[in-house]
Design a protein around this ligand. Structure first.
Ligand SMILES: Cc1cc2nc3c(=O)[nH]c(=O)nc-3n(C[C@H](O)[C@H](O)[C@H](O)COP(=O)(O)O)c2cc1C
Length: 201
């Protein structure tokens, strides 16, 4: 499947076959593609929680407006991020780079993030958003549907997955065999409304 086709065919699908199981190889393939998503300074701050315990899925659904995707999709990925990944042996993010690149980038990571809580959080959301899209497009190519989600109680989900204090939850991506097509597209804005050339006025 071409990327263009995957982008055009991906829709937020709400109904899934609850009996379908993905193989371990498929899960591995999806996650290994997600791990190629870009992150600023390559800090790879996402932490993907695969909620595989059916009982835990039910509990997550109960704090997610009872949305059926949460339990019925084959895979529920809770995209979280470690707000402190910039400070955890950052040399490992550039271990394969030439020495001059390492010498420049590793201290730059510290300068960019230290003391900047808003930047740490913004980067967490950016990284998870990118990874979510990677997951959804890869899923489409593999014959699966998906649904991005933030309709849930973030604190309650954090408690259910034992989220560490220095991590944040960004969103879910539910992935599985869709049983009903997505609703018709809600209505796309005209390009002129959303594409600005150079400056706003
Ligand atoms: C960050 C985010 C959160 C969303 N949360 C939910 C959700 O909780 N439940 C749901 O059914 N759809 C959710 N959606 C799906 C959107 O409603 C859907 O993407 C949008 O209507 C456009 O439709 P499309 O993805 O099929 O093109 C979410 C989408 C995004 C990007």
């Amino acid at each position: 499947m071409q990327v263009k086709e995957a982008i055009e065919l991906r829709r937020a699908v709400k109904h899934y076959d609850p009996t379908h199981q993905m193989t371990e190889q498929e899960v591995e393939q999806l996650m290994s593609l997600a791990l190629l998503s870009p992150t600023a300074f390559n800090i790879q701050n996402w932490r993907f929680v695969l909620v595989r315990d059916p009982e835990l899925r039910k509990q997550v659904r109960a704090v997610s407006w009872d949305q059926a995707q949460v339990t019925d999709a084959s895979l529920l990925v809770v995209l979280t991020a470690d707000l402190n990944s910039w400070n955890q042996d950052p040399a490992r993010y550039w271990k394969n780079a030439p020495q001059p690149v390492q010498d420049f980038l590793v201290p730059a990571i510290d300068q960019y993030y230290r003391g900047h809580a808003q930047v740490q959080r913004d980067e967490a959301m950016r990284s998870c958003g990118m990874a979510a899209m990677t997951l959804m497009l890869a899923a489409k190519e593999m014959g699966y549907d998906s649904c991005p989600m933030d309709g849930f109680d973030f604190d309650a989900v954090g408690k259910l997955i034992n989220l560490p204090d220095d991590h944040v939850v960004a969103m879910f991506v539910a992935i599985g065999k869709g049983t009903k097509e997505a609703y018709p597209r809600g209505g796309q804005l005209p390009m002129d409304d959303v594409v600005i050339t150079n400056t706003f006025n």
